[in-house]
Structures are given as structure tokens and as C-alpha cells.
Design a protein around this ligand. Structure first.
Ligand SMILES: NC(=O)C1=CN([C@@H]2O[C@H](COP(=O)(O)OP(=O)(O)OC[C@H]3O[C@@H](n4cnc5c(N)ncnc54)[C@H](OP(=O)(O)O)[C@@H]3O)[C@@H](O)[C@H]2O)C=CC1
Ligand SMILES: O=C(O)[C@@H]1CCC=N1
Length: 266
């Protein structure tokens, strides 16, 4: 089993995966090839030793593991182009594409291939992603390789494909939701006296610390909230006002709206 990796679609996510793989040392930069039509934006990766190309066929001839990271509407055309150059005994396909099902890919390449779907988020660039993975026709060795690959880039969880849309919302869209939460804190922080840079540092590190408490202690968020909320204190007063204004409800509605958007559009 070779270990050369092609990333077809070097956009936001494709380049983030490449950056994470390089900094983890999981694979040598010269064993990664990243493609897109306009390769100018891939220069920083090329400077790190990654191969870059605008030729997807060249990339799959080079690689054993083919990560598909293009927009959903592009995948059929690209797989049709690549199919004659793919070998089910050599190539394993890993799609990070939202809303494109294994059966959609099999319509183009047939059912002989090992296919994975993986749903990371952009924190993969700094090796702090959560990546939900589903597998199809995979051997134990192939599954372990893909899990090892994404374990280098954060945390992983193996899920059934039917949960992939939900994984997209919670894990991938979730990065944007978290950023908005932090941004709102920064805006509030400035209003109560901090300059923007200091407010940003305090807000981001506070969220990081809160997340680490849950990840290391495996507690429920409300247990940690109980430790912060002094009776008659300022925290509970603020929290209750947020809830009166629909804080949790608006987040849940946003999560469900994102989910419906994937399910209805794809
Ligand atoms: N961004 C995110 O947080 C996440 C995204 N995803 C999924 O990952 C996929 C990529 O998303 P994202 O990186 O944000 O999108 P981008 O638009 O940033 O990246 C897609 C890339 O594909 C390239 N591309 C287009 N056509 C071709 C082609 N024929 N051959 C090779 N490359 C091509 C484009 O470059 P060019 O135009 O130069 O060819 C572009 O850089 C999507 O399906 C998305 O749903 C999943 C999880 C998280
Ligand atoms: O917004 C999107 O459609 C993609 C999927 C997950 C993150 N970005």
C-alpha cells in the first residue's frame, strides 16, 4: 500500500489539509500533490515542498490516496474525467465534499472502489479538527490508515454515512458558529472597556479553556456553568438575559436550518 496523497481541489479545505499533513510529519511534502485550475494560490504550499498541478490525471497517476475537496457540483465531472485513470486495486478515494453520497460517486466510478467520506473543519490546518469519517468497502488496514491520517490532524470519530450531513453542520459549520460567538464577545468586551486586540485575546482563550474543560474532564457544560455562577451574581444575571433573548433557541434553530439546507439542496 503506497502512501502518496493527491488533494483534488486546493481551496480553503484542501490547502488546510495539506498544511496540517505537512506540519504533522505524517507524510513527506514531496509525497503530496495538490491540484486546482489556477495554481497561483498554491505557491506557499509549493515552497514547502508540496507538488502542485492543474492536471488531475497527473495527480492520480502519482498518488494512492485521492482526497476529493472540490465543490459539490464539480465532483461528478471530475470523477468522470478521472475514472479511466483510477485503479480500484491501488486508489482509495476520500471525499470531504458536503452532501455527495457514496452512491452518487459509485454512479460514476462503480462499486469496486474503497471509498471514505471525511468531514473535517478548517482547524485541520493547525491540527485541531474534529473529523467524522464513514467507510465503504474498506479493509481494516485502509480504515486504520485513514483514521491515523486524520488523527494527526485533530480528533476523529467513525460514523455511519447517514450522519454525514449532521456531522457537516456540527463539526464543520460549527467553526463559523464558534467564531460568531467569539466575535459577539469581542464586541461586548469593547463596549465595556477593552481595546479590540485585548478583547479578542480574552474571548478566544476563554472559549479555548472552556472547550478544554469539557474535553479533559468529560463533564456536562451545565456542571461547569454551576462552578461559575455565584448565587445572585453577575454570571447568572447575564446568562438568564441571554436566554430571555433566545440565545440557546437561536443556536439550535441555526443548526437545524444549516442541516435542512444541506438535505434540501443536495
Ligand atoms: N470550508 C470548509 O470549512 C469545509 C468545506 N467542506 C467541503 O469541502 C469542499 C471544498 O470546500 P472549500 O475548500 O471551502 O471550497 P473552495 O472553493 O475554497 O475550494 C475548492 C477548490 O477546488 C478547485 N477546483 C475547482 N475546479 C477544479 C478542478 N476541475 N480540478 C481541480 N480543482 C478544482 C478550486 O480552485 P480553482 O478554481 O483554481 O480550480 C478551489 O480552490 C466543498 O465540497 C465543501 O462542502 C467540508 C468541510 C468543511
Ligand atoms: O458552508 C458549506 O457549505 C461548507 C460545508 C461545511 C463548511 N462549509
Amino acid at each position: 500500500m503506497g502512501n502518496k496523497i493527491a488533494i483534488i481541489g486546493g481551496g480553503n479545505l484542501g490547502t488546510a489539509i495539506a498544511e496540517g499533513l505537512i506540519s504533522s510529519g505524517f507524510v513527506q511534502p514531496q509525497h503530496i500533490i495538490v491540484t486546482k485550475r489556477n495554481v497561483a494560490t498554491l505557491k506557499p504550499l509549493e515552497e514547502k515542498g508540496v507538488l502542485i498541478s492543474n492536471d488531475n490525471v497527473e495527480a492520480v497517476k502519482f498518488a494512492d490516496w485521492v482526497i476529493l475537496a472540490v465543490k459539490p457540483f464539480q465532483v461528478k465531472e471530475i470523477l468522470t474525467q478521472l475514472h479511466p485513470h483510477l485503479d480500484a486495486k491501488r486508489h482509495v478515494l476520500i471525499s470531504v465534499i458536503t452532501g455527495v453520497w457514496v452512491k452518487d460517486m459509485q454512479e460514476v466510478v462503480g462499486d469496486a472502489f474503497t471509498l471514505f467520506r471525511a468531514m473535517p473543519n478548517t482547524a485541520i490546518a493547525i491540527r485541531e479538527s474534529i473529523t467524522c469519517i464513514s467507510r465503504h468497502n474498506a479493509s481494516a488496514v485502509q480504515e486504520q490508515y485513514v483514521k491515523d491520517l486524520f488523527d494527526q490532524l485533530g480528533k476523529t470519530v467513525i460514523i455511519e454515512e447517514k450522519l454525514m450531513d449532521a456531522a457537516t453542520v456540527l463539526g464543520a459549520c460549527g467553526t463559523a458558529y464558534a467564531m460568531r460567538y467569539i466575535r459577539a464577545n469581542i464586541q461586548g468586551g469593547i463596549e465595556i472597556g477593552f481595546d479590540a486586540a485585548t478583547a479578542s485575546l480574552i474571548a478566544a482563550q476563554t472559549v479555548k479553556g472552556a472547550a478544554e474543560l469539557l474535553l479533559t474532564r468529560h463533564t456536562h457544560p451545565e456542571q461547569e456553568i454551576d462552578k461559575v455562577t455565584t448565587p445572585k451574581g453577575c454570571t447568572i444575571a447575564g446568562l438568564n438575559e441571554m436566554e430571555h433573548q433566545g440565545f440557546s433557541s437561536s443556536l439550535i434553530k441555526g443548526v437545524v436550518t444549516s442541516y435542512k439546507k444541506i438535505v434540501n439542496d443536495m
